[in-house]
Design a protein around this ligand. Sequence first.
Ligand SMILES: Nc1ncnc2c1ncn2[C@@H]1O[C@H](COP(=O)(O)OP(=O)(O)OP(=O)(O)O)[C@@H](O)[C@H]1O
Ligand SMILES: [Mg+2]
Length: 234
Amino acid sequence: MLTVTDVEFGYGSAPTVSGISLQVAQGERVAIIGGNGAGKSTVLKLIAGLEQAWSGQICVDGAALPEHAHAIARRGVRMAPQGHPVFNSLTIHEHLLLGLDLRGTDVRTKVSVDEAYGMFPRLAERAQTLASSLSGGERAFLGLAQVLVAGCSILLLDEPSAGLAPAAMKELFALLYRIGAETGVTMLIVEQNATAAMEICDRIYVMSEGRIVASGTPTELSASDDIVAAYLSF
Ligand SMILES: Nc1ncnc2c1ncn2[C@@H]1O[C@H](COP(=O)(O)OP(=O)(O)OP(=O)(O)O)[C@@H](O)[C@H]1O
Ligand SMILES: [Mg+2]
């Protein structure tokens, strides 16, 4: 169980996020949605240890996470960052080996490189090509394959659907659903595409201006005209 309690943090002197409290139970898929600049990525960065909260607690199974990002990753709390960055000079296969090298100890999913190729056949076909040659969508799949090989208990995904064509997005979300169901890995997904997130997530948090302004199951949120008008209609 991931528990974030009353977290506050800012990049400058003013807070960027305030009073952030959220829980994600073991095996749950939870989304954070909200407009640009709401603070969604900041919340993921705080959980992953890439930024340090000014105040509040971030715990997994009741214990505070280690301070440093690499130690948090080795505990199995891993983030696939927004924009799917890759190392230009490494091949797809080398990215997966790097994931293997970074494998943590206390992790729920340990996907082998071969299993990853089975899940992502298009990466297998191009294993020896440079990752820099991948399209944005293909990089999204490589990023996901890499964190799965590295092993994780809690997967933090920052806008996995960004830049994906509708078919690829559908494929990615179906894969996320399958990975969750098959491995029991916990997922916290930041997503602009609220509709796609609501299809595969158990619960949703809505952020606006650095705060959580609503939360509930997809059914509960869809039943609120105010929430639908403000955050769920395109
Ligand atoms: N490294 C940084 N230094 C200073 N300000 C930052 C930094 N990163 C983010 N911010 C600011 O913090 C606020 C929240 O940013 P954040 O990236 O968390 O938003 P977001 O909800 O993920 O937005 P988006 O949907 O556009 O990705 C924004 O106003 C942003 O400009
Ligand atoms: Mg963001």
